[in-house]
Write a protein that binds this ligand. Structure first.
Ligand code: AMP
Ligand code: GLY
Length: 431
């Protein structure tokens, strides 16, 4: 099969790396790809948002399957466009992708299908939103309705913070039309996990769970980022919780959508808060997570291409997923200044010294002559497997040790929640 992967980040590198291992693969392209992906796939100079250009390329090259990484082309309807041209593409159509494209659509769907999520109110004007904030006594969360590159959510400690979030979204239009509506929601407490599942609109096959580190600084401090690292499995996510997530979240969602005439094919990503009252959905994404994919996909033993193909042909019931029991950890190396403004074009050194067993997925790199240079906020994802989360983390940091570029920064506490749990469990066992 000839495959085209759309996107150019760490998620797409992990997908390309895995798809290349499939015996069914004959040729793999990535659009636009990046400096690291170029070693594993033929990069095509076409942006992920240029869905017409991608369709024309897929037609010209007779691509058998296109795998869409980022949300923007999905929300823009790339899968519908490909289907209309007789092309096969992995990912939800535009209506189904609204689960990520509109937080209001997602919240209303959750209410309709009885899926646990924080209580909320929707506002299309500033004054009623501020009046409502004055009636609340606790902290809350303010969210722009539309796509805002992960930045449209403000967790407010008090009313003043919440009001300035509403003004940022609705008055300053910091996220453009994504701020036509705001959602003000109850603030939940608990540990977060990401659960991704394959679905063909009928069968739902969950992947192993993972935990992402959204804040830039150690100890979960500083501003939110696209994700500074991840690990899998999170020990907090027990089998009992998993059963609950399947029966209360994933299955009702996919069956509910189907009842509403929406056949969801692709990956559904549930961002969950594990509260004292059970798992609550914080958000749905209509795609693989990044960096979650960089720890989940290395644990998949099954042929990924066969799974994606079964999703697109609605044969997922014939598939069983086989997982490596080892844990995985990924440390993201970011450019100086990220998630704020940062410089690109810094030479990257030390990649040839990475110890065996460490996988380096490229997020924001480009080839500058014979050298590799930074070309994004998140630059590399250094990933390793290990018998325990602690071992995977140790090997990943050994991999980080030899890599450098000007301004490079990374979190030094990836998997801290799991590691403190591992430590207390081994202490329990020793007592
Ligand atoms: P979202 O894009 O909706 O997942 O929100 C981004 C981040 O904001 C989440 O990963 C949480 O850390 C936080 N968040 C979102 N909604 C809530 C909520 N209702 N209560 C507490 N934290 C939240
Ligand atoms: N890591 C969060 C996301 O992919 O949305």
């Amino acid at each position: 099969m000839k495959v085209l992967v759309v996107g150019g980040g760490g998620r797409e590198h992990a997908l390309v790396w895995k798809l290349r291992q499939s015996p069914r693969l004959t040729k793999i392209y990535c659009a636009p790809g990046n400096g690291g992906i170029a070693a594993d796939a033929e990069c095509v100079p076409c942006k992920a948002e240029d869905i017409i250009g991608l369709r024309d390329f897929a037609l010209a090259e007779k691509i058998d399957l296109t795998v869409v990484g980022p949300e923007a082309p999905l929300v823009a309807g790339i899968v519908d466009l490909f289907q209309a041209s007789g092309l096969r593409a992995f990912g939800p159509g535009a209506r189904a992708a609204l689960l990520e494209g509109s937080k209001l659509f997602a919240k209303e769907a959750m209410v309709r299908y009885g899926i646990p999520t924080a209580g909320f109110q929707v506002f299309r004007e500033i004054e009623p939103a501020c009046r409502y904030l004055r009636s609340l006594d606790g902290p809350c969360v303010v969210k722009a309705d539309g796509l805002a590159a992960g930045k449209g959510v403000i967790v407010a400690e008090n009313r003043a913070e919440a009001e300035s979030a509403v003004r940022l979204i609705m008055e300053e239009r910091a996220f453009g039309t994504a701020g036509d509506a705001v959602i003000i929601e109850e603030r939940l407490e608990g540990e977060e996990v990401s659960v991704l599942a394959f679905t063909d609109g009928q069968t739902v096959l969950p992947m192993v769970a993972s935990q992402d580190h959204k804040r830039v600084g150690d100890g979960d401090t500083g501003p939110n980022t696209g994700g500074m690292g991840a690990y899998s499995p999170p020990p907090v996510y027990t089998r009992a919780l998993h059963e609950q997530v399947c029966s209360q979240v994933l299955n009702p969602l996919i069956q509910g959508l189907r009842g509403d005439g929406i056949n969801y094919r692709g990956v559904i990503y549930a961002g969950l808060m594990l509260t004292a009252n059970g798992p609550y959905v914080l958000e749905f994404n209509c795609r693989f997570g990044d960096p979650e994919t960089q720890v989940v996909i290395p644990r998949l033993r099954s042929d990924l291409l066969a799974v994606l193909d079964a999703v697109v042909s609605e044969r997922l019931s014939e598939i069983a997923l086989d997982w490596d029991t080892r844990a995985a950890a990924c440390v993201v190396l970011a450019s100086g200044g990220y998630p704020g403004p940062y410089e690109s074009g810094k030479a990257i050194a030390g990649l040839e010294q990475v110890p065996p067993g460490v996988m380096v997925f490229h997020s924001g790199t480009r080839n500058a002559g014979s050298k590799l240079a930074t070309a994004g906020g998140r630059v590399l994802g250094v990933t390793a497997l290990g018998a325990t989360v602690g071992q995977a983390v140790r090997v990943a940091y050994q991999g980080v040790g030899g890599i450098s570029f000007e301004g490079m920064h990374f979190r030094r506490d990836i998997a801290h929640c799991a590691l403190s749990r591992e430590r207390s469990e081994s202490l329990d066992q020793s007592m």
